[in-house]
Ligand binder design. Structure first.
Ligand code: 5GP
Length: 206
């Protein structure tokens, strides 16, 4: 019997432009873990190079709204006039298989997961500064000036919610941030409250 069989739900969140996606990619390239990425659903248009089913499941507003009505989303949010959300079925399936499921989502959605999944681990990816965030959004070149301004204002409000999370990881260096997240996941697995019941069962085995 393995002591630690249950999958963990890991929520990476933080303001847009903080580099959540880059940190997540670095995390998945690291060795020695069994992480599964939960591909989100969105109504926004695919950007150049994005593939349906890899970066996102790209759907229409009607399709997304139907999923909401059918209770098929773990969480969702409207962000810059588009829906983004996490399909529930895959997350549940992977957790049952004992996998570590990683969500990379914005703050509103993370707060919904916090209501529903008490056992999840919430990691806030923070920018080293608002200036750094603004620069990142500019250099990405995918947003208009107006949209960047809007995202920065929103980011400030979201940083104010960081206290709701279990951990805050500053994205000063991508590899640094990814290392910290792996360390957090390892430590979470060793938490007494996650393993004590199974440990007790182990003692009962003759
Ligand atoms: P982008 O359009 O730049 O890919 O994403 C915009 C924002 O939506 C990012 O902050 C991203 O993390 C967030 N996002 C991506 N997928 C989801 C999701 O499934 N749920 C929520 N709530 N936010 C998401």
């Amino acid at each position: 019997m393995k002591l630690d069989e249950k999958g963990l739900l890991i929520v990476l969140s933080g303001p847009s432009g903080v580099g959540k996606g880059t940190v997540r990619e670095a995390l998945f390239k690291m060795e020695g873990h069994d992480l599964v990425y939960s591909v989100s659903m969105t109504t926004r248009e695919p950007r150049a190079g994005e593939v349906n089913g890899r970066e996102y499941f790209f759907v229409t507003r009607e399709e997304f709204e139907q999923k909401i009505k059918d209770g098929k989303m773990l969480e969702y949010a409207e962000f810059v006039n588009n829906y983004y959300g996490t399909p529930l079925d895959k997350v549940e399936e992977q957790l049952k298989l004992g996998k570590e499921v990683v969500l990379e989502i914005e703050v509103q959605g993370a707060m919904q997961v916090k209501e529903k999944m008490k056992d999840a681990i919430f990691i806030f990816i923070a920018p080293p500064s608002i200036e750094a965030l603004k620069n990142r959004l500019h250099s990405r070149g995918t947003e208009s000036l107006e949209a960047i301004k809007e995202r920065c204002e929103k980011a400030k409000r979201e940083i104010g919610l960081a206290y709701m999370y279990d951990y805050i990881v500053v994205n000063d260096e991508v590899s640094n941030a990814a290392d910290k997240i792996i360390a957090i996941i390892r430590a979470e697995h060793a938490k007494t409250e996650r393993t004590i019941d199974k440990y007790k069962k182990l003692l009962e085995v003759k």
